[in-house]
Design a protein around this ligand. Structure first.
Ligand code: BYC
Length: 311
């Protein structure tokens, strides 16, 4: 048996036993590349996830709502940072990752390219968008790469709070005046499909699913997770007296799940390759934030160097 083959057998054995791969362990190049790709895209999604909601901080309807929204947005920034650190343990350079995000070469969840046009959208992003994120990330907590799995445990705890405050925003509007209920309905209508898209294409169209499932980079197929989200969300939306923006949604007794309409995967492909409605604004905002924050990075670095010299 060649050395590489023996290493591969040991590596796959570790994964099959449900154990973790750690940064200093031997790993195939494709495992490393696939994780760097996925963790970096995940980090970018968290960072870009701050933007649709950020415009509403100054317009939040009460001090309580403003505090919750600020805390949520700060959490998304922190999630991005944990994940960039996890990618660094695999040799990814943070500066390269960040510059690829600014210059538009990096991918991130297409949900973030949509505009939040009302306060109800802030609720829908958190309830549906973070909700889809949680279903996916709870499953990913069991992924085979230790630093990513550990980052996800912390992220999931915080995401649950995000989802809850989103639900509460929509629930209050749904029980309010006719205009408020209409605002909640319109938000559900617009954020439903982008949230379903957060799980990626069906596995038959996914370029990575087969290998990623084999190495437990992903723990469950995209379609299984999307179905779980639909099954969780449909009764809750109906309970609030709101409608689903998909007339084909129907309980299927045989499958013990909801049937739902086909997603336009060609449209998804176009959104991913060309960018969504607000892509240009999002990248401009990210670039401005990078330059405006330069003094903070320089100050932190100077302080770090000072501490290092003193020790
Ligand atoms: N938008 O073979 P596939 C959050 C890409 S943020 C754009 O299935 P994979 C939140 C995919 O990257 C948390 N692109 O890929 C924060 C791939 O492209 P490449 C977001 C998408 O990796 C603030 C190609 O399509 N969660 O919750 O096996 C506010 C083929 O797909 C999308 C994560 O990032 C999309 N929606 O599976 C609100 C979780 N979907 O690399 C909310 C971690 C797919 O071939 N990531 N693509 O060029 C994952 O679980 C997996 O990467 C995915 C895709 C399930 C997303």
């Amino acid at each position: 048996m060649s050395v590489d083959h023996a290493e591969l057998v040991h590596f796959e054995g570790t994964i099959n036993q449900g154990l973790s791969i750690e940064p200093d362990d031997w790993m195939p190049g494709r495992y490393r590349q696939s994780l760097v790709r996925m963790i970096s895209q995940h980090a970018h999604s968290e960072i870009m996830g701050m933007y649709p909601e950020a415009n509403w901080i100054s317009q939040a309807p009460s001090l309580r709502r403003k505090i919750a929204l600020l805390a949520k947005i700060q959490d998304e920034a922190a999630h991005g940072l944990y994940l960039y650190s996890a990618a660094e343990t695999l040799g990814a350079q943070r500066s390269k990752n960040e510059s690829e995000l600014r210059n538009g070469r990096a991918k991130y969840s297409n949900l973030m390219d949509n505009a939040a046009t009302s306060w109800a959208d802030v609720g829908a992003i958190a309830w549906l968008g973070d909700g889809a994120g949680i279903v996916n990330q709870v499953s990913l907590q069991d992924n085979s790469y230790g630093p990513y799995a550990r980052a996800l445990q912390r992220i999931c705890q915080e995401e649950s709070f995000h989802q809850r405050q989103g639900y509460e925003i929509i629930a209050v509007l749904a029980k309010g005046s006719a205009a408020q209920k209409e605002m909640a309905q319109s938000a559900i209508d617009r954020w439903w499909i982008p949230s379903l898209m957060m799980f990626g294409p069906p596995d038959s169209l996914s370029s990575h699913s087969e290998q990623s499932l084999r190495w437990r980079i992903k723990c469950e197929p995209n379609e299984v997770l999307r179905q779980r989200f639909v099954d969780d969300l449909v009764p809750q939306i109906v309970d609030l007296g709101l409608n689903l923006p998909d007339e084909t949604i129907k309980w299927n007794d045989t499958r013990q799940s909801y049937d739902y309409g086909e997603i336009d995967w060609q449209h998804f492909k176009d959104l991913v390759s060309k960018g969504g409605f607000q892509r240009a604004e999002r990248l401009e905002a990210r670039t401005n934030a990078w330059y405006e924050g330069a003094w903070v990075r320089e100050a932190a670095l100077a302080r770090n160097n000072q501490l290092r010299k003193a020790s």
